[in-house]
Design a protein around this ligand. Structure first.
Ligand code: FES
Length: 121
């Protein structure tokens, strides 16, 4: 395991992301809701550059059995990372794939230390 300084902390503001090559891997670092997250830039579907996708929301469906009606609502605006290749969606804070709950983006420890953003892999 090695530590990699990917940016000065001041260069990664709330809502920002950066993609860096670290030890031969593309790793993306996000600052979201005051926290840092680091994920491998690799989608579990077909290996697309998921971390370069839009941060968006998602539709969630509810089914009313009595009325036999399905309703859709748009939720979680800005919390969902959508792969640019085929649209698989991942929860940004956990890396969990919304359609394949047992699948998560590979993640790495990341922290702010002495004014730098440091990823360990
Ligand atoms: S490679 Fe990401 S959705 Fe297909």
């Amino acid at each position: 395991m090695g530590e990699h300084v990917v940016a000065a902390a001041s260069e990664l503001q709330e809502g920002d992301r950066l993609v860096a090559e670290l030890a031969g891997r593309e790793v993306a670092v996000f600052r979201f809701d005051g926290e840092l997250y680091a994920y491998l830039n690799w989608c579990a579907h077909q290996g697309g550059p998921v971390c370069e996708g839009a941060l968006t929301g998602t539709y969630e469906a509810t089914y009313d059995r009595e009325a036999n009606e399905v309703s859709l609502s748009w939720n979680r605006e800005g919390e969902v990372l959508m792969c640019p290749w085929h649209g698989w969606e991942y929860d940004l804070p956990s890396g969990e794939c919304l359609s394949q709950r047992s699948t998560r983006l590979p993640s790495y420890p990341v922290e702010e230390r002495n004014g730098d953003v440091v990823v360990t892999l």
